[in-house]
Design a protein around this ligand. Structure first.
Ligand SMILES: [Zn+2]
Ligand SMILES: [Zn+2]
Length: 349
């Protein structure tokens, strides 16, 4: 079968991948579509260290092909959107509704793939850039068959991360003011999360003026190309500022933009050893800086919620998919993503 493999030097689309059968508690999924997320590129450029060779991809949707012993919540033929959280379901963090904090959620990378007898690692417990993959039952969330799989694919990373950061982590309230720095795949989902939460003023900031139209479509009430201009719109600052770029000077800018009791939510991924600076006194008025893993999501609940909001026209998915590519055109999808030409490129099988 086909798949996208990174061997440590180059990324190639191969057609001789093999996948093992699902074991107890596992689901074999035929991937129909998978979004190209920045984290896949971060594996290739080394920002995210991951053992190799590895099958990339972590934002996918498809059709259940087989289930292992003990799996009852999905059956072959079901459409599923995949989460990357292989949480155990039995620890204290899982039990208290914080699966993103489960210490087994990432765990030891598995090697369910092989090629010419050589085992290959699975990225993010997922590897959606393969015709078939094996995931833990908890990662396969059934979705209505009416949702195009090219759109449903995006729920598993960009939507869970962006909308989840707003609803689960920041808990944006009706009437709040929100600033969103960066309007890529995650930033656009933060914008629509803020709209769904009932925020009144939603200011999008992106250095690329071409992003204004799509930012407003997703929920921005204002659009700026310069983060320094946000204070002109929100003189006392914002209740919530989301940094979605991953640059340390923008982390500083996010903190400086906070109103009293405001919170800066850091969603961008600077280099692992990057340091940001800020003035501690600036936080004294009950301000916070929040990290956020995977939108603090509970995937079995949240993916279904987002599918429902999509069906009611309140959550945009189709509009995130700028372009689809057959998996063979992986390199073209990378070039378009790196040039900022797409909100999300989606590979299809
Ligand atoms: Zn991702
Ligand atoms: Zn757990």
């Amino acid at each position: 079968m086909r798949g996208v493999v990174f061997d440590g030097r180059q990324t190639v689309v191969v057609d001789d991948l093999e996948i093992r059968e699902p074991g107890p508690g596992e689901v074999l999924v035929a991937i129909a579509a998978a979004g190209l997320c920045h984290s896949d590129l971060s594996v290739i450029d080394g920002t995210i260290p991951f053992p190799r060779p590895v099958v990339l991809g972590h934002e996918g949707a498809g059709v259940v092909e087989a289930v292992g012993a003990g799996v009852t919540h999905v059956v072959p033929g079901d459409h599923v959107s995949l989460s990357t959280l292989a949480n155990c379901g039995a620890c204290a963090e899982c039990d208290r509704g914080r699966p993103t904090m489960c210490r087994k959620a990432i765990g030891m990378p598995q090697q369910p793939f092989s090629r010419g007898g050589e085992p290959l690692y699975q990225f993010a417990s997922n590897s959606a850039f393969a015709e078939r993959t094996v995931v833990k039952a908890v990662q396969a969330v059934r979705i209505p068959k009416e949702i195009p799989l090219t759109s449903a694919a995006l729920i598993g990373c960009g939507v869970l991360t962006g909308v989840g950061a707003v609803l689960n982590r920041a808990r944006v309230d009706r009437g709040d003011s929100v600033a969103v720095i960066g309007t890529g795949g995650v930033g656009l989902n933060v914008l629509q999360g803020a709209r769904i939460a009932g925020a009144l003023r939603i200011v999008a900031v992106d250095s690329n003026p071409a992003k204004e139209e799509v930012a407003r479509q997703f929920g921005a009430t204002d659009f700026l190309t310069d983060v320094g201009a946000v204070r002109e719109l929100l003189p006392s600052g914002a209740d919530h500022v989301f940094e979605c770029v991953g640059r340390v000077e923008l982390v500083r800018a996010a903190i400086d933009l906070l109103d009293r009791h405001g919170q800066a939510v850091l969603l961008g991924m600077p280099a692992a050893d990057a340091e940001a600076s800020f003035v501690p006194a600036a936080l004294f008025l009950d301000k916070s800086v929040l990290g956020c893993r995977y939108g603090s999501s509970r995937p079995q609940r949240d993916i279904r919620l987002y599918a429902d909001l999509y069906a009611r026209g309140r959550l945009l998915l189709d509009e995130l998919v700028t372009r689809t590519y057959p998996v063979e055109d992986f390199q073209k999808a990378v070039e378009d993503a790196e040039a900022g030409r797409v909100a999300r490129g989606v590979l299809t099988f």
